[in-house]
Design a protein around this ligand. Sequence first.
Ligand code: SF4
Ligand code: SF4
Length: 406
Amino acid sequence: MGRRGINRRQFIGKTAAGVFSAGLGIPLLKGNSFSQNAAEEIPTRTLGRTNLQIPILSFGVMNSDSPDLIRKAIDIGIKHLDTASAYLRGNSEMSIGKTLDEDKLRDKVYLATKMRFARDNDKNTFLESGPAREPLATKENFQKQLETSLQRLRTDHVDILYLHSCYSSEMVTYEPMMEALVNAKKEGKTRFIGTSTHSNEPEVIRATVDAGIYDVVLTAQSVTLDKKEDIKKAIAYAASKDIGVVAMKTHGGVRRNREADPGIDHKSAFKWVLSDENICTTIPGMTTFEQLDFNFNVVKNYALTASEEMAVRQASSIQNPLYCQNCRSCISSCPKGVEIPSLMRAYMYAEGYGNLLQAEMTAEVLPEEKGLKTCEECSTCSASCQYGIKIYERLQALFAQGLTRT
Ligand code: SF4
Ligand code: SF4
């Protein structure tokens, strides 16, 4: 495959500047809709057996390192901040920690973070030994990563600690990770534990419930997901067993994309997720005051109107969605068994969120034989997506953005 215009160093520089400058000096919106009583306007639900009372709008701080936005979110009544050790190479946790510490806001929020470890994609579980580009899934590495996260967050505990990005029941019940999570809870380094998933969600949600140690599950849910009804049933199962449910990827697709917008009405899509009372709260990623304003307005009155229900039905039937379903069925169509779903996620970060740093991190942790380097050396792409996603074009877009292993 022929490719790209900037080298790795230029790319990192460009990326870091792009992402981080997004958080500097963002002006307050003129005429935004936050009233003096904003904090009372967001409905609140209970997060399962944790009994935490959380407004239905929380803050996914994945792409933002803006102290002003975090402050404003807390000011208008958002009580739950969600991050991960891997987001923005630790800068998301650092930014949250600095803001909460300097403004003495730690006791005003529930903090959630996630620990991510190497996985064996052929066996659909974690990897405890052997070569890997992510920390091996051992109790020692778990402890190290948790200490690093707590230092960055400037706190002695988080409220929810997730096992990051599980896509099989084997990952959810992986003994060393379960033991590490339970220990972290016993030691008071987290109040509650859970799993997060954006692939094979119904299986992961059910396994999380049945494992018997978890308090919370964080799942993708969206009108554009083919399996949304199965996810909904699994969410209902979790709620019936008093496991708290948090939803992500709620807006039905990406906001910015070089591809044609297929006409997803983000307001209706978001309302559709909020209407499921088994979901306690949602964590849309926000990087601007406009997005905060938009989401705040939606959650104040989330009942779907007749025309919005129509928009939801339309979004549900969109062919060739921008959003990869993460079904993993394309892997068998690549002769090299490349980890295509992760590369499609990298594409979503790069093209949809404008977060090249996260895109690179997503691609670079893959073993070389499963990543972009292998695609780069491949003369013809035979991989195909059952939903019509143009895999080859998206790989080309990643190369054009400067992503590669070399
Ligand atoms: S690219 Fe298509 S086939 Fe592959 S995981 Fe995504 S939706 Fe499934
Ligand atoms: S270019 Fe396509 S067929 Fe070739 S390795 Fe990559 S995904 Fe597989």
